[in-house]
Design a protein. Structure first.
Length: 103
């Protein structure tokens, strides 16, 4: 029987999936020079709702990150420039929900 050699690799810090940082945080988008806007969306109740809103809003030109939270009804959008609220409203409507406005 031979001895097995194990090499421990250093753990990454600040990766997307680590508690130290996330590519989905609004601060990450703001640090990259983006515009962060928080909207209130009515009607989201679950993860499926979050996904539907995220998918539609993410398709808007210039959007770099979307985080939807059904519990609070808030959707955080990071974009290259300020978005036209009518376009955001149309995307949220397409997903089947109601944009109440900016939070």
């Amino acid at each position: 029987m031979t001895a097995e050699t194990r090499t421990e690799l250093p753990q990454a810090t600040g990766s997307c999936c680590s508690p130290a940082g996330s590519c989905h945080d609004s601060a990450a988008g703001a640090a990259a020079g983006g515009v962060t806007t928080v909207y209130e969306v009515r009607g989201m109740t679950c993860g499926h709702c979050e996904g539907a809103v995220t998918e539609e809003v993410s398709a808007l030109a210039g959007v770099t990150s979307v985080t939807a939270d059904a519990g609070s009804g808030l959707v955080t959008v990071v974009s290259e420039t300020a978005l036209d609220e009518a376009e955001v409203r149309a995307a949220v409507d397409e997903a089947g929900y109601e944009l109440a406005g900016r939070a």
